[in-house]
Design a binder for this molecule. Sequence first.
Ligand code: CA
Length: 242
Amino acid sequence: MSKNKTEGGLRILVVEDEESFVDALRVGLAREGFEVSVARDGQEAIDVFQSRPFDIVLLDLMLPKVSGLDVCRTIRLSSAVPIIIVSAKGEEVDMVLMLEIGADDYVTKPYRLRELVARIRAVLRRHETATAPLPSESVVEHGPLRLDVDARRCFLNGKEIKLRKKEFALMLLLLENPGRVLTRDVLIDRVWGSDYVGDTKTLDVHIKRLRTLIEDDPKNPAHITTIRGVGYRLESVTASDE
Ligand code: CA
């Protein structure tokens, strides 16, 4: 799986069965410099995806033959390509499930092309950051945050902030997954494992404490945001985005 950006632009696989969307996306995304391939049902999507490399997949949920969820699962068996799920308004979407099967983001129809392109670019940027080799395996960085894993030290804009053991583990997990929603279950499991006893508020208490340490305004967090009912996400806070 290479991620070489060819002269022809980023290769996007658009999986969509509604003709009106297909036409608009084909034209609109090509204008944005993407090389657009289209699949009109789930089976075609899997076939096309396996036939050549893609940089990103835009995947409608409701598809003939094979559902979008199953297409996503199938792609994930062999590829870490960024996948954006598209759902129709009113369609019930199980966000937790979507994240669990490896979708990177989702948009709801109807959407504006500009919004969609911004989401695509954001996902691609995150993917690039996530797959970029780290300068040293013991240092994890994201935006103003830096963790020295071996020394167990955390820095915000170069200034050290003191973290307790679980806070450090939580911060590390967030920093290793920038831009991704981490579900409560995943966070609890990875940070506490079987140490996590009873009180479901423990996670929230730790998040709250991290926020008081790193956020300018802990009540309106810019770094660690809450995805209601799902979990938390470390945002891409950089000075020169776009
Ligand atoms: Ca559809």
